[in-house]
Design a protein around this ligand. Structure first.
Ligand SMILES: [Zn+2]
Length: 280
């Protein structure tokens, strides 16, 4: 029996696609279209004991709306959260082509709604560095309003100054020491730079990649070095660099079952830490 599969959990980083976007792109067989339906995802939630999932936008409004604005993206995410009440919480989107003041105004609107729990920053999708001025204003806003920031960090391995690199992130953590920050993908293969930082670290996307390259034991040690209190279960479903969408959950649980986490620790990583992270 899989301990990880059977433990009630939150997946703290997934992607769903609004129905109208799926319909408009049905000729295109990308994973976000084929595997992105909220209705289909409910079956996985049941199968894998996922109580709740956090839906992430892409910092690219073309992915989640047919109007291509963050307002439309937010309305679409909210629609999913309302339709399946209690199942999903959402992160707010950013479109860096927009004036920063418009973006912050939209945050004021969106965070009146408790289905939104944080802001997603995706420096790789925007091609803009995490320590750039636009994101600096977002950090300032998030720190001031005590909002969680979820930062994509899966940099190109050899580029210590990649737009989403841990070195740049740490610069922002020093500038905004009270910002609540969650790092998606552990900083990729630059994970070493983040160990010891005051962050939450989620294992979305990167876990199978680490195991493939470094083996199970070393990956287990890496996870432990972030600290059991900081680790968050997440997959990035339906996206993965080496797995097909339908392989993701079974593969995650197979890997995690082979590691040395106790049942008490599994419960923290699967749920307690995520609830603490979002202040619940
Ligand atoms: Zn993602």
């Amino acid at each position: 029996m899989s301990k990880w599969k059977e433990t009630s959990k939150i997946d703290a980083h997934i992607h769903l696609t609004p129905d109208d976007v799926i319909e408009a792109n049905s000729d295109f067989d990308g994973k976000f279209i084929v595997n992105g339906s909220a209705k289909d995802y409910l079956n996985l939630m049941e199968k894998y004991k996922i109580e709740k999932a956090f839906i992430m936008p892409f910092n690219d409004p073309y992915m989640l709306s047919m109007e291509f604005t963050i307002e439309a993206v937010h309305n679409n995410l909210l629609k999913i959260a309302k339709e399946y009440e209690g199942k999903f919480l959402c992160f707010a989107d950013i479109d860096i082509r927009r004036d920063i003041f418009e973006t912050l105004n939209e945050f004021d609107r969106v965070f009146k709604n408790e289905n939104f729990i944080g802001i997603k920053i995706h420096p790789t999708n925007t091609g803009y560095p995490i320590d750039g001025l636009y994101y600096d204003k977002i950090f300032e806003y998030a720190e001031k309003n005590n909002l969680l920031l979820e930062i994509h960090s899966y940099p190109r391995e050899s580029l210590l100054d990649d737009v989403c690199s841990p070195l740049r992130i740490k610069k922002m953590l020093r500038k905004y020491p009270n910002a609540r920050v969650s790092i998606a993908h552990l900083g990729g293969f630059q994970f070493n730079e983040l160990i010891g930082s005051d962050i939450y670290a989620n294992i979305s996307a990167v876990l199978p990649d680490l195991v493939k390259r470094l083996g199970l034991k070393q990956t287990n040690n890496i996870l432990r070095s972030f600290g059991v209190e900081r680790l968050i279960f997440a997959t990035d479903y339906p996206d993965n660099r080496i797995l097909k969408a339908e392989e993701i959950y079974d593969s995650y649980f197979e890997i995690l079952d082979s590691m040395d986490f106790s049942q008490e620790e599994i419960m923290k990583i699967c749920k307690t830490n995520a609830l603490k992270m979002i202040g619940k």
